[in-house]
Design a protein around this ligand. Structure first.
Ligand SMILES: [Zn+2]
Ligand SMILES: [Zn+2]
Length: 387
């Protein structure tokens, strides 16, 4: 059912008419709704960005067409599906972990780093690399419910889509402020995105009125000083705790991993790091440990290949990157030592191009070491902890 709806949305998007998901009101984002209006499908008065109570009633004078029927059917069905999905993910009797981005800095079909954790009715997001927002919407995650975003560090593959997450959640009807946690540079990063999107915010408010946007677009930065070896509680609300741990991604100054705790369960998030005491502390007895991973022998193979074709730049890069990521066997041993129940491997380097490569590069070698449940993450993989 969801696949059909997604394909339907993609079909509409490919027509260049909508860049937003079809909402239950039928029309969408301002600029795209204007496109529709120019095509005679709706009038600007029909534009609803979210089901706000004060929104005007539809006033289309154009009779239904095959296209508008598609909008109505898709919008109504999607609204029902979205609400069902939202209720499921925000169900306080379960913790749901969704890998919304599993790629690395290297180009691939995968979105870059993005992890959604739904716990006790809260939507917490960890990192927002390139295409994270598109992935969040394709997976029908309740974007307007995002409460807090935790950044592990500020490499572009972890923050490239942060502006879009902030902006799109606001456009789609976010009713709460977003707080963004990270190392000391988080203020610079968040304030930069806020500045970049400030003109867009002004345009949309001028066009639609403040009533359509209950919250300011801008997010708030929450800097985290380097945690000690025991970790530091950085978030606490309704029984949910998030602790930050120092990991080692040198020369990155403050690289963080996080641990979400609720009702005696724990979800650990590695960030980018080598094997380090902080990583072992955050992973200890985790029910789910989501970790970056590199197959260093494969990357060394690539380094040598680039050397043989005299691409010295890539040869150097593939040598350098092995110094600040964790090797697959190291990670598998660490997860064993830490008594991790389920190990989810993501940020895969090299990026497997198909299932066979994923098996050879990651699943097979890790399975010979790690005795728990191993999950090779794809974009959209979900792991549920029942409470
Ligand atoms: Zn990094
Ligand atoms: Zn990275």
């Amino acid at each position: 059912m969801r696949l059909e709806l997604t394909q339907s949305c993609r079909k509409i998007m490919s027509m260049g008419l909508l860049s937003l998901s079809v909402l239950n009101s039928g029309c969408s984002d301002s600029a795209d709704a204007d496109d529709i209006a120019r095509g005679g499908m709706c009038t600007p008065g029909d534009v609803l960005l979210s089901p706000t109570p004060e929104a005007p009633a539809a006033a289309c004078s154009v009779p239904p067409s095959p296209f508008s029927s598609l909008i109505e059917a898709g919008g109504t069905a999607r609204a029902a599906t979205t609400e069902q999905r939202r209720a499921e993910l925000l169900d306080p009797s379960r913790i749901t972990v969704v890998t919304c981005g599993t790629g690395s800095p290297f180009p691939s079909e995968r979105a870059q780093s993005c992890l959604a954790v739904f716990v006790n009715g809260k939507f917490l997001l960890f990192d927002a690399g390139d295409r994270a927002q598109n992935s969040i919407e394709n997976l029908n995650l309740p974007v307007t419910d995002i409460e807090s975003i935790f950044l592990t560090h500020f490499h572009s593959d972890h923050i490239a889509d942060l502006g879009e997450v902030i902006s799109r959640s606001w456009i789609l009807g976010r009713t709460r402020p977003i707080e963004i946690y990270g190392g000391p540079e988080v203020e610079q990063v968040v304030n930069g995105f806020n500045l970049v999107y400030s003109a867009d915010e002004a345009y949309r408010i001028a066009h639609h009125g403040e009533g359509v946007f209950p919250e300011p677009l801008a997010a708030a930065a929450v800097p985290i000083e380097r945690p000690g070896p025991e970790g530091k509680v950085v978030y606490e609300s309704d029984g949910v705790r998030v602790l930050a741990y120092s990991v080692d991604h040198s020369p990155i100054g403050t690289a963080l991993g996080y641990r979400v705790e609720y009702a005696g369960k724990a979800v650990a998030v590695s960030g980018d790091t080598v094997d380090t005491p902080g990583l072992r502390a955050l992973a200890a007895n985790a029910d789910v440990f989501v970790s970056e991973v590199m197959n260093k022998s494969a990357v060394e193979d690539m380094e040598c290949a680039f050397g043989r074709i005299t691409d010295v730049r890539l040869e150097k890069i593939f040598a350098d990157i092995r110094s600040y990521h964790i090797d697959l066997p190291e990670l598998a041993r660490l997860a064993n030592d830490a008594d991790v129940t389920t190990l989810v491997i993501t940020h895969l380097v090299p990026t497997p191009l198909n299932a066979a490569q994923g098996d050879v590069f990651f699943t097979q070698p890790a399975s010979t070491i790690f005795g728990g449940t191993l999950v090779l993450a794809e974009d959209g993989t979900e792991v549920v902890i029942l409470l």
